[in-house]
Design a protein. Sequence first.
Length: 183
Amino acid sequence: MKGRVIMILVGIDIGKNSHFFCVLNRDDGEVLVQPTCFKNNQNGFTLLLQVLAPYGKASVLIGMDTGHYHFALLRYLLSKEFINPIATDMPRRMQGGISKNNKLDTLTICDVLFSSNHKKSYRITKIDKFEYYEQRQLTRHHHNLKEELNFYANRLQKCIDLVLPEFNSLFKSKYGTVYMNIF
């Protein structure tokens, strides 16, 4: 067995303040590192990398459930040049899992990485695509805020028209500073 590279699977269950991870040998399913908790900060990320260091980046396949709490860890791992698939919590739901169990979910995520039975079990994230994703999210958020602002401005105008129909004729510009400060 000397010289043979062991492919390992790392399942990470994401939480707001802390995450859980486990490490499995892909060849035989042996749990190499039992589910372990680490903080969602630089110290926690460093701990994770210390545990993964003996295996080498080329043999590590990382999967994690999604949600916005995984962004800091994902960015960190990508900056350290890890190839990083993102698995969803869909398999847990498909298996009838109603309650969340961080330790068991790490194993389920590894199972998703190992299995080819799932139609779309994970996707590989690249640093350039991740930055594009962040830009797209920011653009969408900006657009949604502008739509929301327009909705409330129209609502305000409706109320003004109902209560004080002559109000708008007193100002050159609707929604100017003076106009808005009166209400």
